[in-house]
Ligand binder design. Structure first.
Ligand code: CAA
Length: 259
């Protein structure tokens, strides 16, 4: 079945897929259906050998303005518990290939949290980031208190979560929340360019390196280093390691196959 709230572009450039969140009238508010479609699309793309890197964007006005408030407003605690909407996010977190968020306009609440689930962020100068849940009488529920704090530190995270203040692209860049700021007309193009650069690397090494970097967030330094070393050694079982090192010695560009 065709998704309703996302558009999937399989090969926007070789080996790069692009998923566009597409509920523009609602500023891409993340309702259950949209998140389900996104989860299913990421699962498919993660298993597709022709895809090495995934870009997720919204549109110029909004990446996403958060979870769908209208869908949640009348819910009871038990409804929320039984629906467990954030379990979808756990599946998204398991995506092995790198995901780049291309952000313009609002990245708020769940939108900011979805962006932080991605591995890198290319933002337009008009991007605004925030966790405004506090203004709705709740708090972030999809990682905002944890990932934001790890990304920007306690002082700014606490301020954003307790006041709901939006920060600019410049502030977000200075705080380490995003990778780069580009003119608004280029935000998608630049994200795809970054994806394309990563897509030329050895796919297995890229996946294992992503896994190891993420490990740094939930383990001790010793365990993280141990994990890193195992992945490093494991890559010597790949054809791409032989090709990469051989190509270096022969002074030519390697041709990686993901094997
Ligand atoms: N859920 C549902 N609908 C939303 C929405 C959201 N998160 N954000 C915007 N919309 C809808 C608006 O209701 C409006 O629809 P109608 O035309 O039918 O009224 C439409 O999108 C356009 O929005 P605005 O008219 O408000 O646009 P604006 O430019 O004046 O303001 C905004 C933009 C500042 C982003 C404002 O829309 C806003 O504050 N949105 C809510 C942001 C928010 O609180 N997000 C957190 C949600 S809770 C959450 O995400 C929990 C979690 O941790 C996962």
């Amino acid at each position: 079945m065709q998704p309703e709230f996302i558009i999937i572009h399989q090969q926007v450039v070789p080996y790069v897929a692009h998923i566009q969140l597409n509920r523009p009238k609602e500023l891409n508010a993340l309702n259950l259906q949209l998140m389900g479609e996104l989860r299913d699309a990421l699962k498919l793309l993660d298993a597709d050998d022709q895809v090495r890197v995934i870009v997720i964007s919204g549109n110029e006005k909004a990446f996403a303005a958060g979870a769908d408030i209208k869908q949640m407003a009348e819910k009871s605690a038990m409804d929320m518990y039984n629906t467990d909407q954030f379990s979808t996010w756990d599946t998204i977190k398991k995506t092995k290939k790198p995901i780049i968020a291309a952000v313009s306009g609002f990245a708020l609440g769940g939108g900011c949290e979805l962006m932080m689930l991605c591995d890198m962020v290319v933002a337009s100068e008009t991007a605004r980031f925030g966790q405004p849940e506090i203004k709705l009488g709740v708090m972030p529920g999809a990682g905002g208190t944890q990932r934001l704090t790890r990304a920007v530190g306690k002082a700014l995270a606490m301020e954003m979560v307790l006041t709901g203040r939006f920060i600019t692209a410049q502030e977000a860049f200075q705080a380490g929340l995003i990778n780069r700021i580009v003119p608004v007309e280029l935000f998608l193009q630049e994200a795809i360019k970054l994806a394309q650069e990563i897509a030329t690397m050895a796919p297995l090494a890229v996946k294992m390196a992503k896994e190891a970097v993420l490990k740094a967030f939930d383990t001790t330094l010793d365990e993280g280093l141990h994990f890193e070393r195992k992945n490093f050694y494991l890559l010597f079982a790949s054809e791409d390691q032989k090709e990469g090192m051989q190509a270096f010695m022969e002074k030519r560009t390697p041709s990686f196959k993901g094997k």
